[in-house]
Design a protein around this ligand. Structure first.
Ligand code: ATP
Ligand code: MG
Length: 273
């Protein structure tokens, strides 16, 4: 966080502790195909990061979602939340008409994390060009759908590799009702390409697909078991893609894993009765 002049003067006078300066981390959601979960993951990952206390500041992370997608899907959350009198945990900036405006946001130093959501096509996509120039890391969601594989390879070859940016390929939309075969195949395929990925896939939940309409994000889901599962999926993702927050996230992920295991045991015991 950038310190204001007033804060620095106060700090020098011994009135308040000097605020620790940390650069904004920019994460770009990129995939040359629509429907893989770029917007979904940007919004919920942003909410989970904003829900967490930054250990260096003893305050929640300050997070923004910036949309370069003219479809403005991420704006649906803000609009629905507003209609229901709810507030999102992050700031939202639709910058599809002025993608270069992100530079000012980054330089303002007011955010710990900025997540950029981009449109799902590669040709003449100015948003992707600008995102790649400002990003520290790229997140590429993929789904267990055969038709997603060729555009994934194309995106890596044409956008990710030339940028030299670190990229994490995120298995999304794991339908647990069908067991693990399909998601394991997808993870195996990602591993054979030599691409880094988080260990845990994001599961498919109706509550996630309903979330834009309801203006909710995972820390605010009402059903306790869904909140637990989605918090686990997205906290694990944050742990995998935000190394600077890993110390804070490790105990949270361990606690959520433990709670999910206990909930599973209780469910099995109830069934057996
Ligand atoms: N883990 C999930 N569980 C349930 N629904 C999901 C999940 N991930 C994505 N979806 C749903 O899949 C659809 C596509 O997701 P999303 O809009 O995030 O994709 P996208 O990559 O941003 O697409 P586009 O490039 O068109 O913007 C949405 O209806 C979303 O609600
Ligand atoms: Mg989208």
């Amino acid at each position: 966080m950038a310190a204001t002049r007033k804060q620095n003067v106060q700090a020098a006078a011994g009135l308040v502790p000097a605020p620790r300066r940390r650069r904004t981390i920019v994460l770009a959601m990129i995939h040359g195909k629509g429907g893989v979960g770029k917007t979904m993951i940007a919004v919920h990952l942003a909410a989970v990061l904003a829900h967490m206390i930054d250990p260096g500041h003893t305050r929640p992370h300050r997070v923004a979602v910036v949309s370069f997608d003219p479809q403005l899907s991420a704006g649906e959350w803000a609009a629905s939340a507003g209609r229901r009198g709810l507030r999102l945990r992050f700031d939202y900036y639709p910058l599809h008409n002025d993608p270069e405006g992100i530079e000012e946001l980054i330089e303002s130093g007011q955010y710990d994390y900025i997540l950029i959501d981009t449109g799902g096509w590669l040709d003449n996509n100015e948003g992707i060009d600008v995102a790649m120039r400002h990003a520290d890391r790229v997140l590429m969601p993929v789904t267990p759908d055969y038709l997603v594989l060729p555009p994934t390879v194309k995106t890596v070859r044409e956008v990710i590799v030339p940028s030299g940016l670190p990229c994490s390929v995120i298995p999304n939309l794991w339908d647990t009702r069908n067991g693990t075969r399909k998601i394991d195949n997808l993870k195996g395929w990602i591993d054979r390409q030599g691409w880094p990925r988080p260990q845990r896939a994001i599961r498919r939940y109706d509550d996630l697909s309903d979330s834009p309409e309801r203006g909710l994000t995972v820390p605010d889901f009402e059903a306790p078991h869904i909140r637990l599962q989605t918090m686990l999926d997205f906290s694990s993702l944050a742990h995998a893609v935000c190394p600077e927050a890993q110390d804070a996230l490790r105990p949270i992920v361990a606690m959520l894993e433990e709670q999910e295991e206990q909930a599973e045991i209780a469910k099995m015991a109830a069934k057996a009765r």
